[in-house]
Design a protein around this ligand. Sequence first.
Ligand code: NAP
Length: 251
Amino acid sequence: MLHSILILGGTAEARKLAERLAGDPRFITTLSLAGRTRAPAEQPVPVRVGGFGGAAGLAAYIREKGVTILIDATHPYAAQISRNAAEAAGLANVPLIALRRPAWTREAGNRWIEVDSITGAVKALGETPRKVFLTLGRQELLPFEAAPQHRYLIRSVDPVEPPLDVPHAIYLTSRGPFAKASEAQLLAEHGIELIVAKNSGGPSSYGKIAAARQLGVEVIMVRRPVLPDVPSVEAIEDMLAWLDHAPAPLK
Ligand code: NAP
């Protein structure tokens, strides 16, 4: 019997995993996106977009579509959907496996200040006006209005609309991956003193961290949220190996 796989995605890894599963005759694969970006990257398998309506809604979707394996390949900061996935897998009685990229670890020369939240990051900027590069999701920018004394460089996939209510902000729209050399150039060009980032892990957004180390720029790193304790792998190859031995679907 075929497996019907639902990948909860929104990450480069989810897309790469879908690419590997697309032509596999053992699986019918669907990718689910939250719908956060206006023009999401092209995907190699059929896509559904938007929330399910909590864990119960996701469980109902799993039952209705006959999903037999749930893969949580969401962003490490998307904790709510990961909690929903854990609960829904239990409710619908399907196996769940998470694809979780390891966090970046501090290396010699890194100047990191770790904080627990975005509000913590705003506080860590301090009172003195600084030149700050914000590499956060659009939805996470509002708290920086409480610190209008800084000059902000803000990069996001889609435009920040409306713009922040601060006197000095430059907006860039672009989608990664970002290489170390171009990130170093950007930091130098704007005289950046501090970066606010999430510990996303993986190579595609590491360029800014490597560039910051090279230039001695400080990074205020927002710690990862706690995710549910479910079976997980770190690499696509390990996920494929797990799928090779996946339990037969329940009738
Ligand atoms: P979240 O707080 O975990 O999820 C909020 C709600 O969005 C979920 O309860 C669910 O709605 C819906 N949702 C999230 N991912 C979904 C998916 N793959 N398919 C269908 N519905 C999904 O996540 P978030 O609000 O998207 O983001 C939180 C953090 O993750 C931010 O830091 C953001 O920058 C980062 N991030 C997210 C994504 C992404 O694709 N989601 C990508 C990159 C970075 P229902 O409860 O209605 O099902």
